[in-house]
Design a protein. Structure first.
Length: 255
């Protein structure tokens, strides 16, 4: 369910390239990145749907030497899988800006998690885009930067990174590894598990384990539902993975 990476070093080591590749393999539905240019503007570049085009862009843009750079690897739960729905998003109400593949802005954001927002039926927008359009874009920058507002955002259970002309702000717990920050453990290895079908639609692809609901749900059906009364609700004693408990617990940290 996505991963945010904050590059805080002036180089990218071979090991860090491998970690970025793991992030892509685990969250391969689009990559984006943001950084500041010399004028203090936040530059957004996104829509990389293949690993090689992403790697080539990092090298071409000389981002190996830039610090900080914020990367986002998408695993879609809401909205269409498309270059325009990749993160980051500028803090803007305009759909044209939110889906632009290249732009400069005073502030932009990436998100890891699922937001409880209302998405109109038939809309191809993601939950993050709707949240940026309807909430964040209506919030003045000085409020966005206030610690109390960041604490309020943390109550969503999601993780955010805001990059602004003056500073970088993160919301939620991040893991530090060799000077980089990661929103979950999905950078450590590539996870390929033998999973069962979605309990709602019986899909067998794009299925992940949701510990909160103790079941497997596909990305198309990822929504809150009451397992207590659901007749198809599995239990913790009916694991869907042919892996050890330790491996499953480690994988759960990536959700």
């Amino acid at each position: 369910m996505c991963i945010i990476v904050v590059k805080q070093t002036p180089t990218i080591t071979e090991q860090q390239w491998k970690q970025l590749h793991n992030c892509f393999d685990n969250n391969h539905e689009g990559v984006g990145m943001m950084w500041r240019n010399r004028k203090g503007k936040v530059v957004v570049s996104k829509g990389y749907m293949e690993w090689q085009e992403f790697e080539d862009a990092v090298v071409k843009l000389h981002l190996e030497k830039v610090n900080p750079v914020v990367f986002h690897f998408r695993f879609a739960t809401h909205g269409s899988i498309s270059p325009g729905n990749c993160h980051p998003f500028p803090i803007s109400r305009k759909i044209r800006d939110l889906q632009a593949l290249e732009l400069k802005s005073d502030a932009a954001v990436v998100h890891n998690g699922i937001l409880n927002v209302t998405i109109p039926q038939g809309s191809k927008l993601s939950d993050t885009q709707v949240f940026v359009r309807d909430v964040l874009s209506q919030t003045p920058d000085d409020i966005l930067e206030h610690p109390a507002y960041q604490l309020l955002l943390a109550t969503t259970g999601s993780k955010f990174v805001f990059l602004m002309s003056r500073a970088l702000y993160k919301v939620g717990e991040f893991f530090e590894d060799a000077g980089w920050l990661f929103s979950n453990n999905g950078y450590k290895r590539v996870y390929t598990y033998d999973v069962a079908s979605c309990v709602l639609c019986q899909a067998t692809t794009g299925v992940v384990w949701y510990e909160k609901w103790h079941c497997c749900v596909c990305k198309d059906c990822a929504q809150q539902f009451d397992l207590v009364t659901s007749p198809v609700a599995p239990t913790k004693h009916q694991p869907y993975y042919s892996v050890t408990d330790d491996e499953r617990e480690e994988w759960l940290q990536t959700l």
